[in-house]
Ligand binder design. Structure first.
Ligand code: GDD
Ligand code: MN
Length: 369
């Protein structure tokens, strides 16, 4: 249903709305005046807002040729609203922006300029130098930083980005061509980063403004959606199978450790504590070799780096052992938990620690390419 006049636009702006009646006129006005000289269209995706935002969007669509209003019957989440809007976008470049003016429309030309200069995706970042957030409480800050950490952990591609959870960004249409976008919740950029095809990313700092009208839709349920989304993305990008490999390697290490302890003590005649020291180190090394050749094969770049990695992995394992012992001791001594149960918790925490440190430090992701 594209009117002929709209063809030939260079930039499509997608604006998801839910109860943004008071903000919509302002955001449209500011987008329009920021984009003078850039042929653009604005696509509003409303989820049947009870406050009548959808009706208002229709009025704008009637009045302006380059505005479309799309409607979904019920509230299905910010990220999928953007995916819906994408189906109607006709320009080679797309920009996604919230309707509540927390994302300043005046930054769109900068984002678009980065695309024209060759970036596949241009992200408006709160956390790059000169970026920031206005009037956030401690709690929201901590949650936001925690969410960014989880994204780096489970979606390694985002490790070098300062704000992979931004809701304000631009990209070339080709980035998502053929990608099966199927997000739950809010984080559409994360979905595009994992499933899209891209090489070059640019970041543009911005200050995340204060909401003047209405309130945020990022309720408690969104945290749960976010975890669900992360897990899906981990599966799609092979990180779940990496974690399983890591656990299998760990289990093989236990076999090596116990087997060698037995052989060295029974057949070589070493004192059992000496055998234990040797077998612990040998199992660390065999775990290292298997992780290097299997679990993290895609990230073990140079043979020269292997020496560094083996040193790091040893340190990680020592840390894991300490965590294991501290939890075992604390749960048993301070809380009276049966020591075999405490041991299970200790081991689980140590495995988690080992994995986090291995994927973020020893075999840190070092760029797509
Ligand atoms: N169509 C539709 N459906 N729109 C929605 C829905 C929905 O279910 N939920 C929210 N929106 C719209 C809002 O109307 C607003 O325009 C925009 O999506 C952002 O929603 P907010 O509730 O204001 O989110 P926020 O301010 O807490 O967080 C935003 O900014 C962060 C920083 O860039 C989001 O974009 C986050 O994903 C982002 O991390
Ligand atoms: Mn907002």
């Amino acid at each position: 249903m594209t009117s002929p006049k709209r063809q030939g636009t260079e930039l499509s702006i997608i604006v998801p709305t839910y109860n943004e009646r008071e903000n919509l006129p302002l955001v449209i006005q500011r987008v329009k005046s920021s984009l003078q000289g850039i042929r653009h269209e604005i696509i509003i995706v409303d989820d049947n807002s009870p406050d009548g935002t959808g009706k208002l969007a229709d009025e704008f669509a009637k009045k302006f040729d380059n505005i479309q209003a799309l409607h979904r019957a019920k509230k299905k989440g910010l990220a999928s609203a953007v995916v819906h809007g994408l189906k109607y976008a006709k320009s080679p470049a797309i920009c996604v922006i919230d309707a509540d003016l927390q994302h300043p429309p005046e930054k769109i030309p900068e984002l678009y300029a980065e695309i024209k200069k060759g970036a596949d995706i241009a992200i408006a970042s709160r956390y790059s130098r000169k970026g920031g957030v206005k009037r956030w409480g401690r709690k929201r800050k901590i949650i936001s930083q925690g969410a960014e950490f989880l994204s780096r952990l489970s979606v390694p591609k985002t490790q070098e980005l300062t704000d992979p959870l931004s809701g304000f960004f631009a990209f070339r249409q080709e980035v998502v061509a053929g990608a099966n976008l199927d997000p739950v919740g809010f984080k559409i950029l994360l979905e595009i980063l994992v499933k899209g095809t891209w090489e070059k990313i640019a970041e543009v700092p911005y200050i995340f403004g204060k909401r003047i009208h209405g309130k945020s839709h990022l309720g408690f349920g969104e945290h749960f959606n976010y975890l669900r989304h992360l897990f899906r993305l981990m599966r799609a990008s092979g990180e779940v199978s990496r974690l399983m490999k890591f656990c299998l390697v760990g289990a093989s290490g236990v076999v090596v450790n116990l087997g060698l302890l037995w052989i060295l003590t029974e057949f070589v005649g070493l004192f059992y504590l000496v055998s234990a020291a040797v077998s612990v180190e040998v199992s660390i090394l065999s775990n290292f070799a298997l992780n290097e050749l299997w679990t993290f094969r895609d990230r073990a770049r140079s043979a020269k780096g292997a020496l560094k990695r083996v040193a790091k992995f040893n340190l990680i394992c020592v840390g894991g052992l300490m965590i294991n012992l501290v939890i075992l001791g604390a749960m048993t001594e301070l809380f009276g938990v049966y020591y075999m149960i405490s041991a299970l918790f200790g081991i689980a925490a140590a495995v988690l620690w080992n994995y986090v440190m291995s994927t973020m430090w020893a075999w840190k992701y070092a760029g797509a390419g």
